[in-house]
Design a protein around this ligand. Structure first.
Ligand SMILES: [Fe+2]
Ligand SMILES: [Fe+2]
Length: 284
């Protein structure tokens, strides 16, 4: 089933908290040889942010074909913050803008309102969904924590531990299902939580289990994703690779501002056939 922005079925699905369709077209699908993706996470838009982000998003739109927003779109998960964000995105919305929510967007229990405001504003919010355009399949989930390697938390003991682990497993299953629905050969993953440890380096090791989960990595490898983006780790590292060599970019804006000042606060990546190229800011 194909759905566009703001269809009645999509609104109904949002209102009821269910997904009537998980795969939809975001724009006319005309395969291109290269697609430029501009990605950023952790905008943490506040209710006082009117117009301060607009030039930033305009610069992203100028450089890219698709805009990716990797969660923590709002600071306290308040509807007024989401309204501000939509206003700030005004100069981007002629392009596809794909987003996932982050933990901050859940803080006030208004995540369905946030999702609705963004969707009505023209943003495609992915939550276990797949969206195909220009021959590329984009999938998105928030993800969750749980840790990495042999220290990954397992569902054993108290119910609270099992609930925590189950949330991470469910997010990984949603990611896997979305990847499986992509018809094309090229897949891009949009996450909030990290799928690998490599992009967390710089954060205290004690908080790794709360910044991501290895359960998110396995689907990326199995479906040969071209590239994955995440946020959430404000003090991590900008780049890493999965065990099979898939490039992973941590695009948390505070990290890019501090560690890659020449990035102008976002990452620009070019997909050219099978290849993935970071585009230096000067060449945007
Ligand atoms: Fe954040
Ligand atoms: Fe976060």
């Amino acid at each position: 089933m194909l759905l566009g922005h703001g269809s009645d079925k999509k609104r109904k699905a949002r209102a009821t908290g269910t997904h009537l369709a998980r795969t939809f077209n975001c724009m006319p699908d005309s395969p291109r040889r290269t697609v430029r993706l501009a990605a950023v996470g952790d905008i943490h838009c506040t209710r006082n942010a009117q117009r301060t982000l607009r030039p930033f998003f305009a610069e992203m739109a100028e450089a890219a074909d698709v805009i990716l927003l990797c969660g923590d779109l709002t600071d306290y998960g308040l509807p007024e913050e989401a309204h501000h964000l939509v206003q700030e995105l005004t100069d981007c919305l002629h392009l596809p803008v794909l987003a996932v929510l982050g933990n901050h967007d859940y803080e006030s229990g208004k995540q369905q309102d946030i999702r609705g405001i963004l969707c009505d504003g023209g943003v495609t919010v992915l939550d276990g969904d797949a969206c195909e355009m220009s021959g590329v399949g984009f999938v998105g989930v928030k993800g969750f924590g749980g840790g990495f390697g042999e220290r990954c938390l397992e569902p054993w003991g108290e119910d609270a531990i099992k609930v925590f682990v189950r949330e991470g497993v469910n997010e990984a299953l949603k990611l896997e299902a979305a990847l499986a629905r992509v018809q094309g050969e090229q897949r891009v993953a949009v996450l909030h939580y990290a799928p690998i440890e490599g992009t967390l380096e710089g954060e205290p090791r004690e908080v790794y289990p709360f910044l991501g989960s290895r359960r998110l990595e396995e689907p990326l490898n199995r479906f040969h994703v071209a590239v994955a983006f995440h946020g959430h780790a404000h003090h991590g590292s900008p780049e890493g690779y999965t065990a099979t060599g898939i490039p992973v970019f941590n695009v948390a804006k505070p990290l890019l501002d501090n560690r890659l000042p020449g990035s102008r606060g976002f990452r620009l990546i070019e997909l050219a056939g099978e290849a993935v190229y970071p585009v230096p800011a000067g060449e945007a």
